[in-house]
Write a protein that binds this ligand. Structure first.
Ligand SMILES: *Cc1c(COP(=O)(O)O)cnc(C)c1O
Length: 395
C-alpha cells in the first residue's frame, strides 16, 4: 500500500480487553458494509441496527438505552433540544383536521409551535386548565388526537393529575404526551401513570453542566416508535455522539446532584415563604404549597426549581434587586451546577385560564454551591427589596 493510501485507510486495532468505564465516542456519518448484499439489505437491520450516522451510533444508543430504562418505556429517541422533542412528539402523530389540547402552563415555545406550525398544518391547537381534568373533559372531542401535559408546569408549578387525564384522553381516543423536564425520570415516571410519550430536556438536569443541548422522546410501546423514527429520519434530525457522551457523563451524577439541589431549594424556599414581602412560594414538594398532595401521591422526589410570587406592591422592584446577587447568576436554562434566578412574566402565556397573581414570578433554581452562600445571597437580595419598599412607602 502506498503511503498516500495508508493515510486514508484506517487499520482496525484490537479493542477486546479495553474495557473503560466511560462510554466511547463513535463518530461516523457513513457506515460501511462487508458485502454488497449486506448493503442492499441495510433497511432490514431495523431500529436497533446501524445504517447511517444520523440514525444512531453506539454512543447515542447507549444514552437512549439508559433513558428507556429510567422511564420504563419501550424505546427512546434523542433530539437536538428539549423543544425539538416536544415539537416532534406532536408532529409525528397529528394531521390536518386533528386537534391537540395543551396544558395552559406549558413551556412557552410549545404554545408558539402549536399556534404557528401546527396551525399551518391544519391542526387546531386548544389549551386547557392544567389543574382541572374536568376542564379537559369539557374541551376534548373525537377530533382530539393528543393531550399535552407538563407537570409541574416549569414556571407556575401546577401538578397535573396524570392518571385522571390519561383516562379522559384515552376514553376519547387521544394520545397523552408529557414534558417531564422538571422532575427528570428519577423523580417522576409519567409512562407508569399511563402516559404514551414522555419528553425530557436533557439540556437541564440530566446533562447537568449547562454546556450541551439535547432532548429525549420515550414511547410506551414499540407501536408508537415507528412514527417518531420516521419523522426524525425524514426531517434529518439526529444528535452528535460528542454531545451524547457529555450527557452520559453528566447523568452518572444525576441522583446525587438532584438530591443536593432539592435540599438546598427547600431551605431557600422556606426563607422566601417566611418573608413578609412574599405572597407565596410555588414549590409542590413543600407542605402547604399548591399541588403538594398530588406530588406526594405520584412523585418519587423533587428537583431544585421553584417560583416565588411577591406582594403586588414590591413586585415591580424585584428585577432590580437581582443585581445584588453575588453567587446566583441571572439566567433561564436551569439544571446546571450554578444557582440561577430569572424573573418570568406569565400572564401573556395563558389563554384557557387567567393568571390572577402578580404577573411577575421569580423562578429560582438551586445549584450545587454551599448552602450558606446561597442563603446569604437570597437574604442580601431580600434586604435590598425591603430597602426599596421602605423608600417607596409600600411596606
Ligand atoms: C428548558 C425546557 C425545555 C426546552 O429545552 P431546550 O433543550 O432548551 O430546548 C422544554 N421543556 C421544559 C419544561 C424546559 O424547562
Amino acid at each position: 500500500m502506498k503511503d498516500h493510501t495508508t493515510c486514508v485507510v484506517t487499520p482496525k486495532v484490537k479493542t477486546d480487553g479495553f474495557d473503560p468505564l466511560g462510554v466511547a465516542v463513535h463518530r461516523g456519518s457513513t457506515i460501511t458494509f462487508r458485502s454488497a448484499e449486506e448493503y442492499a439489505n441495510r433497511a432490514a437491520r431495523g431500529m436497533d441496527g446501524y445504517s447511517y450516522g444520523l440514525y444512531g451510533t453506539p454512543t447515542t444508543r447507549t444514552l437512549e438505552r439508559k433513558i428507556t430504562q429510567l422511564e420504563q418505556g419501550a424505546r427512546t429517541f434523542l433530539t437536538p433540544s428539549g423543544q425539538a422533542s416536544n415539537a416532534i412528539s406532536m408532529v409525528a402523530f397529528v394531521g390536518a383536521g386533528d386537534k391537540v389540547l395543551i396544558a395552559d402552563n406549558c413551556y412557552p415555545p410549545v404554545r408558539d409551535f402549536a399556534t404557528n406550525d401546527l396551525k399551518r398544518l391544519g391542526v387546531t391547537a386548544g389549551f386547557y386548565d392544567p389543574s382541572s381534568p374536568r376542564d379537559l373533559e369539557r374541551r376534548i372531542d373525537d377530533r382530539t388526537r393528543m393531550v399535552w401535559c407538563e407537570s409541574p408546569g416549569s414556571t407556575t408549578m401546577e401538578i397535573q393529575d396524570l392518571p385522571a387525564i390519561v383516562e379522559i384522553a384515552h376514553g376519547a381516543g387521544a394520545l397523552v404526551g408529557c414534558d417531564n423536564t422538571w422532575a427528570t425520570p428519577l423523580n417522576y415516571k409519567p409512562l407508569c401513570h399511563g402516559v404514551d410519550i414522555v419528553t425530557e430536556a436533557l439540556t437541564k438536569y440530566v446533562s447537568g453542566h449547562s454546556d450541551v443541548l439535547m432532548g429525549s422522546i420515550t414511547v410506551s410501546t414499540e407501536a408508537l416508535a415507528g412514527s417518531i423514527r420516521g419523522v426524525l429520519g425524514r426531517y434529518g434530525i439526529g444528535v452528535s455522539p460528542d454531545d451524547a457522551a457529555l450527557v452520559l457523563r453528566g447523568m452518572e451524577t444525576l441522583p446525587v446532584r438532584l438530591a443536593y439541589a432539592f435540599e438546598s431549594a427547600l431551605e431557600l424556599a422556606a426563607i422566601f415563604r417566611d418573608h413578609p414581602l412574599v405572597d407565596r412560594v410555588l414549590f409542590p414538594p413543600m407542605p402547604g404549597c399548591p399541588g403538594h398532595e398530588l406530588w406526594k401521591r405520584d412523585f418519587l422526589g423533587a428537583s431544585g426549581v421553584f417560583s416565588v410570587v411577591f406582594k403586588p406592591e414590591v413586585s415591580a422592584h424585584v428585577a432590580a434587586t437581582l443585581d445584588t446577587l453575588q453567587v446566583f447568576a441571572i439566567g433561564a436554562s436551569w439544571g446546571g451546577t450554578r444557582s440561577l434566578v430569572a424573573p418570568m412574566q406569565v400572564r401573556a402565556n395563558r389563554s384557557a385560564t387567567e393568571w390572577t397573581d402578580d404577573d411577575l414570578l421569580l423562578r429560582v433554581s438551586a445549584g450545587l454551591e454551599a448552602r450558606e452562600d446561597l442563603r446569604a445571597d437570597i437574604e442580601r437580595m431580600l434586604a435590598a427589596l425591603e430597602e426599596k419598599a421602605a423608600v417607596r412607602g409600600a411596606w
